[in-house]
Design a protein around this ligand. Structure first.
Ligand SMILES: N[C@@H](CCC[C@H](N)C(=O)O)C(=O)O
Length: 317
């Protein structure tokens, strides 16, 4: 870990990096500079007209420097770095699947992680996440994240019924049954009849979920597209998804949301359903796999597009 820069330097210029994972975009900050991530600064950086623009702001910070870091260090002492994730509205979220991949690319660019040395062990507010470099379907660089365990908040009854909530979406005629899925952060998944309905949904307004989730929720609209075979002949499910994110609005991708969507569709499909799913989102495609140990894995690209020097006084103005 390099020494923090002097506070007076940090006040003059804020160094930021812009990155995205399937177009879920983030402003990335190096916590070693001592940047204090208040909600006002998050909103100003995420502003698409007066700031840099992003669905979220992520500070990569030493776990030892955050109160929440103690829990992840107790879980795994190797989790020396922590993903301090904030939504564009300034709210704190427990987890961000695309964010973990983008943080991996960021940590690599800062010289904090080399995939040749093994997995990146990263602290998050949902616990430790492990990242490794993998090959994408076209041989491109992807990152795979072990997203850990997941559960249905509605329990066995929801698993049996296939739903535990109702969601009204602008542009769709009637409220639809939906399934709550917890990936460390909350999700509510509803299946639509077809792609025409998916295109008709108006996500400029937040869907209305009943019963109202106590901490809000991310809402995924999905259309199952059936099964295909991978190069080795193994079954592969495919779904198309749009998402309305808590604390953001409609985004072009959501990694935890893609996991929730695949897990819900898999639950609806029954015991013969595939363990591996391709999830098509407006910003690209990610792969979700249910692993033998019951964990879920998210794989997809991560891209860093710019390094920026930001004048905090201009942002504030
Ligand atoms: N886009 C993220 C999820 C970000 C947090 C979410 N908006 C929440 O409030 O739970 C992802 O890729 O998982």
């Amino acid at each position: 870990m390099t020494a923090p820069v002097a506070p007076e330097t940090a006040a003059r210029t804020l160094h930021a990096t812009k990155g995205h994972g399937t177009q879920n975009d983030f402003v990335l900050l190096d916590g070693r500079t001592g940047v204090d991530l208040g909600a006002d600064l998050v909103r100003a950086l995420a502003d698409r007209r007066a700031g840099i623009g992003g669905d979220g702001v992520i500070r990569l910070v030493a776990s030892a420097d955050l109160p929440e870091g103690a829990a992840v260090l107790a879980e795994d002492a190797a989790a020396t770095w922590f993903m301090d994730y904030r939504n564009a509205d300034g709210s704190i979220a427990e987890m961000c699947g695309n964010g973990v991949r983008v943080v991996a690319a960021y940590a690599r660019s800062l010289g904090l992680w080399d995939p040749a040395d093994g997995e990146l062990v990263l602290g998050t507010r949902a616990g430790v996440r492990r990242v490794r470099e993998v090959e994408g379907p076209a041989g491109e660089l992807w990152y795979a994240v072990d997203m850990g365990t997941w559960f249905l908040p509605g329990g066995e009854q929801a698993a049996a019924d296939g739903f535990d909530a109702q969601v009204a979406v602008a542009g769709l005629d009637v409220p639809r049954p939906a399934l709550s899925v917890d990936l460390g952060n909350p999700h509510t998944v509803l299946a639509l009849a077809g792609e025409a309905e998916l295109d008709a949904a108006d996500l400029t307004r937040a869907p209305a979920v009943e019963p109202v989730p106590p901490h809000g929720t991310n809402v995924e609209l999905v259309v199952p597209l059936g099964e295909e075979r991978d190069a080795d002949g193994a079954a592969l499910g495919r779904v198309r998804m749009r998402v309305h994110e808590r604390g953001v609005g409609e985004t072009r991708s959501c990694g935890t949301g893609a996991c929730a969507a695949a897990l819900a569709v898999r639950a609806w499909a029954g015991p013969q359903a595939p363990d591996v799913w391709l999830v098509d989102v407006p910003g690209g495609t990610v792969r979700v796999s249910v692993l033998a140990d019951g964990h879920v894995e998210l794989a997809g690209p991560a891209v860093l597009v710019a390094d920026l020097d930001v004048d905090p006084t201009a942002l504030a103005g």
